[in-house]
Ligand binder design. Structure first.
Ligand code: DGL
Length: 247
């Protein structure tokens, strides 16, 4: 199987990491729209337009599946991508919701969704969770975490005070949806902030669970060929990949 992975920038590499760990694909073609990141502060029309333009890039490849690793794209542009794509397209929001459902049966559990401004505004996580009966959902746009992760500040004072700024008035969450590609890199710090007893839902792990459930992976690939492309400065993307993916 050859899969395309689309993200607004470098963050989708956290999803690639999960795909590599589970050896699901023979080849991964990654495209990060680094020239136009961040998507999480843009409006719906722009996110959809950028996503459809990125799709044109993937049309150069014979891929079996396209994964939109970006939560913001998954929240806004999935239907349009599906309508125009040459292969099946899956986003990360639905797998994230299913991961909550699989892990949490108590509908009174407190669930915290953290994501970009655009994803929170879309209510892409909140609406389906509410429809499934979860009654205690809070949502917080935590966009400052994106540049913090890109600076490599996975711990320390800046991260601590930013977490305090965003989280200080929130009830203790039983589960936290890390609704943004970058957040798995600070998952440990976020977990510790909430005393280490919240379940963390990670898009990469959620999508692997979803793929394993919906597709028949009869084979695992010992070696995956990873091809990295970016709309600007592909070298920078490769150097982040080296760091995050231990290449
Ligand atoms: N990839 C985006 C997401 O998961 C975060 C970065 C951005 O704002 O583009 O929502």
């Amino acid at each position: 199987m050859r899969v395309g992975v689309f993200d607004s920038g470098v963050g989708g590499l956290t999803v690639v990491k999960s795909l590599l760990e589970h050896k699901l694909f023979e080849e991964i073609i990654y495209f990060g729209d680094t020239a136009r990141v961040p998507y999480g502060v843009k409006d719906a029309n722009t996110i959809i337009r950028y996503s459809l333009e990125a799709l044109e890039f993937f049309k150069n490849f014979d891929i079996d599946l396209l994964i939109t690793a970006c939560n913001t794209v998954s929240a806004y542009a999935l239907d349009e991508l599906k309508a125009h794509a040459h292969c099946p397209v899956i986003g990360v929001v639905e797998p994230g919701i299913l991961a909550v459902e699989n892990a949490i049966s108590d509908k009174n559990a407190t669930i915290l969704v953290i994501a970009t401004q655009a994803t929170i505004k879309s209510r892409a996580y909140e609406n389906p969770l509410t429809a499934k009966g979860y009654s205690k959902i809070s949502a917080r746009a935590t966009g400052l975490f994106v540049p913090i992760v890109e600076e490599g500040l996975y711990s320390g004072e800046i991260l601590q005070s930013t977490m305090h700024h965003y989280f200080k008035e929130l009830p203790h969450p039983d589960a936290i949806i890390l609704g943004c590609t970058h957040f798995p890199l600070i998952a440990d710090a976020i977990g510790k902030y909430f005393k280490g007893n919240s379940l963390l839902i990670h898009s990469g792990e959620a999508i692997v669970e979803y793929l394993e459930h919906h597709y028949n992976f009869s084979k695992r690939f010992e070696k995956t060929e990873l091809k990295l492309f970016a709309s600007e400065n592909p070298e920078a993307l490769r150097s982040v990949a080296k760091k995050w993916l231990d290449l």
